[in-house]
Design a binder for this molecule. Structure first.
Ligand SMILES: *Cc1c(COP(=O)(O)O)cnc(C)c1O
Length: 398
């Protein structure tokens, strides 16, 4: 096992930094370490590199570079869009988001509720899809912003962002999309999407953690979230993380070149992995609709087994997967995404997410298919509870 390479199938949690990205960012840490806002020559190159990177990330989303604001992460970008909309429209105190968003949205909205704002968490159907009519019906005269993700990080299920944005536009309501998981997997064109705000995070794209962006449509009201110096044209205070910004730029350039591969080779790997698991393991069910879905993600429930136990045994075989959103792993709470899809507790507790990426090969899929069936049946044999009876013994979900 130890001389076999790691099979990393958790690319929706984070990705390995691409060697080209490391190479691109190194000069910012060694030679070009000046503060890009300074007046002397040492600042010239860092400032130039930031603008080059802004051009690269703008190209990935079809934006004008002037409308890209670098942030510290996807979480900050989501927080910024929502807080900005509330600040700029003080009379509007209602937010619409969905029940399956990243915790960046869910927890922020819960906090805002404590401060007197109201939130509608739009429901999803059994496949994880959203109903445009539900959005129509939820919009109120005092709705400040609608924030809906493009691609779900746990299931890969896609929301029809272009249509959702159009509904908001027709009601004159600001629209933000968390496109963190879509980047590099789907073509993105902010003009065509018609969104006011769009969030990305670099570490899901083979760049380091701690750098993200927010696209702000020209003319949409905007209030900076981090108040400080005049960086980012006054839209985000704080000395720029030059190395990470440069890394993000390089990763965006690489990602643009890999979208086809994600949708052909990686998609075929994912499909074979999913199909073979469902065939080989009784009591296994895919969570979420088959399409439209990210090409790299598969979420599968195994009845009567604990996901954490499977993960532990997979880890011993050098295989990394996830039991859902990394942000909630470690707590015993079932996935809020699967809960919103009405997945029964007995299955959601035994659900694994496999998220593939650029580095994966046929051999990786083979290794999972070689190990997983035996792991699941071993755990089922060891379980005191007969298949399907697990639910009766569990404490209340709340
Ligand atoms: C990872 C992720 C985020 C958070 O991005 P960070 O840069 O880690 O803060 C937000 N939304 C989705 C859908 C994600 O997958």
């Amino acid at each position: 096992m130890s001389n076999e390479r790691l099979v990393y199938l958790d690319n929706n949690a984070t990705t390995r930094v691409a060697p080209e990205v490391v190479e691109a960012m190194l000069p910012c840490l060694t030679k070009h370490w000046g503060n890009p806002s300074s007046a002397y020559d040492l600042a010239t190159e860092p400032a130039r590199m930031i603008e080059a990177a802004r051009g690269q990330v703008a190209k990935l989303i079809g934006a004008d570079p002037r409308h890209v604001v670098f942030t510290s992460c996807g979480t900050e970008s989501n927080n910024t869009a929502i807080q900005s909309a509330l600040h700029c429209q003080p009379a509007k105190r209602h937010i619409i988001t969905s029940a399956v968003e990243h915790s960046a949205n869910i927890k922020l909205c819960r906090l805002l509720e404590k401060r007197g704002y109201e939130t509608t968490f739009l429901p999803v159907d059994l496949d994880g899809g959203i109903d445009l009519c539900e959005l129509q019906a939820a919009i109120r005269p005092d709705t400040a912003i609608v924030s809906l993700m493009w691609a779900n990080n746990e299931t890969g299920v896609l929301f029809p962002v272009e249509e959702l944005a159009a509904v908001c536009r027709s009601h004159g309501v600001l629209f933000h999309t968390d496109a963190v998981q879509a980047a590099g997997k789907l073509p993105i064109d902010v003009q065509q999407l018609g969104v006011d705000f769009l969030s990305l995070s670099a570490h899901k794209l083979r760049a380091p953690k701690g750098i993200g962006l927010l696209y702000v449509k020209p003319g949409s009201p905007f209030q900076p979230y981090i108040i400080g110096g005049g960086q980012e044209r006054g839209q985000r205070g704080g000395t720029e993380n030059v190395a990470n910004i440069v890394a993000f730029g390089k990763a965006a350039e690489l990602a643009l070149g890999h979208i086809d591969d994600e949708n052909t080779r990686v998609r075929a790997l994912r499909d074979r992995l999913e199909r073979s698991i469902l065939q080989a393991i009784p009591g296994s069910v895919r969570n979420g609709g088959g399409e439209p879905r990210l090409p790299n993600t598969s979420n599968i429930g195994f009845d009567g087994v604990e996901a954490e136990a499977i993960l532990l045994l997979l880890d011993r075989e050098g295989i990394c997967a996830s039991s859902g959103s990394a942000c909630t792993t470690g707590s015993i709470e079932p996935s809020h995404v699967l809960e919103a899809m009405s997945v029964p507790l007995s299955r959601s507790k035994g659900s694994l997410r496999f998220s593939l990426g650029q580095d994966n090969t046929e051999a990786d899929v083979n290794r999972v298919l070689d190990k997983l069936p035996a792991i699941v049946s071993r755990l089922r044999d060891a379980s005191p509870e007969p298949l399907g009876q697990a639910e009766a013994h569990l404490p209340n979900a709340d």
